[in-house]
Design a protein. Structure first.
Length: 257
């Protein structure tokens, strides 16, 4: 257990800024206001655009906090809701030990989702496709995705905010650039070893190959891509997806599902 300036890293303390994550994956910013001995935490009920987080007594939430050594997440239960003047609060009791991820692994998630590798096209601008959090614009009169050349349709090995790894029979050269269409909405199916994505990918990002490593005698390669786009919308969509899936894995590992 690591200590930083006398503080145990995996223990929440008063004044910590935290992310409160509801079971449906909505993320809100808040702060630890108080604590009763080693028991319940008092947290200001977070809100966004004037609307408070929709929670009830006995609901489960996840609290995410950060230390120099990495990112921690713990499941908590809402013991009570209260109002003090114009401010609303909730009392939380921690139900699971905080799980730590190393900073470099903080958002890496082992997952199998559909990925389309497109030929690099200098005239294609993926940021123009999205209105909010990666949704394809309904106002786009022509589908620019249809103009891209598909080179590979495969499944992922893992994903993070910085990149994605895939399994492919194709050999990729390090430093070559492509566009990647990533199916975060699970519209993929695998039939006879072939991957089919039923709709347009959730997000499309420009990426560069950082490694291509043969995995076995079947000539399957582990290909690692680094994202080159700086799209806030795409990053938020990936972060939200990874956080939700990490919560599911933690619940499954601890028998909480």
């Amino acid at each position: 257990m690591v200590r930083k300036n006398g503080v145990t890293e995996d223990i929440l303390i008063v004044g910590d800024k935290v992310d409160i994550v509801s079971e449906d994956g909505q993320v809100y910013r808040s702060m630890i206001e108080d604590r009763i001995d080693d028991g319940p935490f008092l947290v200001s009920l977070p809100h966004r655009k004037g609307r408070y987080m929709n929670v009830n007594q006995d609901d489960a939430v996840y609290v995410v906090f950060y230390r120099a050594g990495g990112r921690y997440i713990a499941q908590m239960k809402i013991l009570a809701l209260e109002k003090r003047g114009a401010i609303r609060y909730m009392w939380l009791i921690q139900e699971t030990k905080a799980q730590r991820n190393q900073r470099r692994e903080a958002f890496r998630l082992p997952v199998t989702i559909g990925v389309i590798v497109y030929e690099n096209d200098e005239n294609f601008e993926p940021n123009d496709l999205y209105d909010d959090l990666g949704e394809v614009s309904e106002e786009e009169p022509v589908d620019p995705i249809a103009e891209l050349v598909v080179l590979d349709t495969v499944t992922s090995r893992d994903i993070s905010l910085k990149g994605i790894a895939i399994s492919s029979k194709k050999v990729y050269n390090v430093d070559d650039e492509y566009f990647l269409g990533i199916d975060l909405d699970n519209n993929s199916e695998i039939i006879g070893g072939f991957v089919r994505i039923k709709k347009n990918p959730t997000i499309i990002l420009r990426a560069v190959v950082r490694r291509c490593i043969p995995l076995n005698e079947n000539k399957i390669n582990h290909v690692g891509f680094q994202f080159l786009e700086e799209s806030k919308e795409a990053s938020e969509r990936i972060a939200r997806y990874v956080l939700i899936e990490q919560q599911k894995q933690i619940k499954s590992q601890r028998g909480l599902s």
